[in-house]
Design a binder for this molecule. Sequence first.
Ligand code: 3SL
Length: 237
Amino acid sequence: MNTVDVCISPQLYPVYHKDSSIVVVIDILRATSAMCTAFEHGAAKIIPVAAIEEAAEYKKQGFLVGAERNGIAIEGFDFGNSPFSYMTEKIKGQTIVISTTNGTQAIHAARNAYKLVIGAFTNITALCNWLKLQDRNVLLLCSGWKNKFNLEDTLFAGAAAGILMEDHSLFKSGDGALAASFLYESAQDNPYKYLRNSSHTERLAELGLKKDIKYCFSLDQTAVIPVLEGKYLVPLS
Ligand code: 3SL
């Protein structure tokens, strides 16, 4: 039987890696939520890059580029990491480049997975329905914060693992999936409130970004599942 498990940090990814697994990269606040939003608003492809220098090279070549570090949009680029900044006609049909503190680092770490897809509360139902049909191991990879555990990614991992484990014939659960699903059970009535003292919620709130946090916890804003093909994220067809 296939397994669903949760890896709480990109640093631990090599320990969890299996050649046959689908990896779901998660950065709820805010990278993977922003990526889903960009596709929902018509972006054709996203090139996720780990290094700012690489993002700057793409900018020189004329690409639209989003770049963020520590929650702050980097000067000289077109977007930061707010999902709202990707709700624009400007990105329709475009290949855009994104570099973020943790999310694009996690994508980079897992880029050689059998298949890498992007997860967020904003695409959770479409993502889980698709994962159930794949007959594959699933690893929910949390981007965390600078390789540390973070609450919001693990909550999402718990929500997704809970959905995948509903049908006991589909997945065996690793302890990471069990722990994350127990955590989500205690948060699900009001995840936003549950997170109010968490480090990145406080960081974004101090930057005046509470609206982003609320949006990133809204369910099913899109049915798009971004998948990595070579260096590009594209909508799964
Ligand atoms: O860590 C990341 O990749 C970002 O999502 C962080 S932030 O929400 O833009 O601050």
